[in-house]
Design a protein around this ligand. Structure first.
Ligand SMILES: [Zn+2]
Length: 260
């Protein structure tokens, strides 16, 4: 073995290095605590190659090469489900969705003093001072979605509850992070509990809001997502699988409150 080959054999990767194996690049993390090589896909769809301290670079690359198929499959999956949530500007004409329709923002100098956004002649009217303050403007829009969404959904819950033969829960619309809906059982036996819907849900078309309502109502009878649960959802909504897929697909494109 030549001295050059010896050197190559002994070369160890440095933490933070970037390596490319068969056209796929990955960041190297070297750790003294680690005993084995590993590959992870990060939330932003980048790859990390974890290397135990002192192990040669060639061995790390061999490991990555041996797992190429797994990496390609993972990256594809991550790409298909990656959130694409846009950020919005609080400027005249910016587009917002409500129940599947689009409405443009109108920035007004004569908006009402209560600071509440209103839907007037197909436009969402926001006070100029709110539009100029990111946090205030965002809060006013979220408040509008909560009020409008609740007013719409409250009449929707009753017929679904009747169809599914479940008690009608209390309803609120609020910020649930990235969840569309949640259900909390009541305190006593037979108490219908409380359903919460996330405000971003109300950007979606009505049939998808209905799916989430039916889903949460099914939890009045069945907790968890076992076979019994989906049987009940299917009874109420035979096409629930298509709606759930559509919710996943459209949902990742909805505005989640980010202002730019
Ligand atoms: Zn659920």
């Amino acid at each position: 073995m030549t001295a050059l080959a010896d050197n190559r054999q002994a070369e160890t990767p440095v933490d933070g290095d970037s390596v490319t194996v068969d056209g796929i690049s990955m960041r190297v993390r070297v750790s003294a605590r680690r005993k084995r090589f590993a590959l992870t896909v990060e939330p932003d769809a980048t790859l990390t190659l974890h290397v135990p301290e002192g192990r040669p670079k060639t061995e790390a690359e061999d490991f990555a090469r041996a797992h190429r198929e797994w990496v390609v499959a993972k990256l594809g999956q991550r790409e298909r489900t990656r959130p694409l949530n846009p950020a919005k500007r609080l400027t005249e004409g910016e587009v917002f969705r409500y129940l599947g329709r689009t409405y443009r923002l109108a920035v007004s100098d004569s908006a009402p003093a209560d600071g509440r956004i209103r839907l007037v002649a197909g436009r969402l009217v926001i006070a100029r001072r709110q539009a100029e303050d990111e946090a205030e403007g965002r809060a006013a829009l979220v408040d509008w979605y909560c009020r409008a969404g609740r007013a719409w959904a409250v009449d929707r819950v009753q017929p679904w509850a009747a169809r599914m033969a479940v008690g009608e829960p209390e309803l609120d619309v609020r910020d649930l992070g990235h969840k569309w809906g949640a259900y909390r059982p009541g305190e006593g036996m037979g108490e219908p509990g409380r359903m919460s819907l996330g405000w971003p849900l109300f950007q979606l078309p009505m049939h998808l809001v209905d799916y989430v309502i039916a889903h949460e109502l099914a939890h009045v009878k069945v907790s968890g997502h076992g076979a019994d649960f989906w049987r009940l959802v299917r009874l109420a909504l035979p096409e629930y699988e298509e709606r759930r897929a559509e919710l996943d697909e459209l949902g990742r494109r909805m505005w989640m409150g980010e202002i730019r």
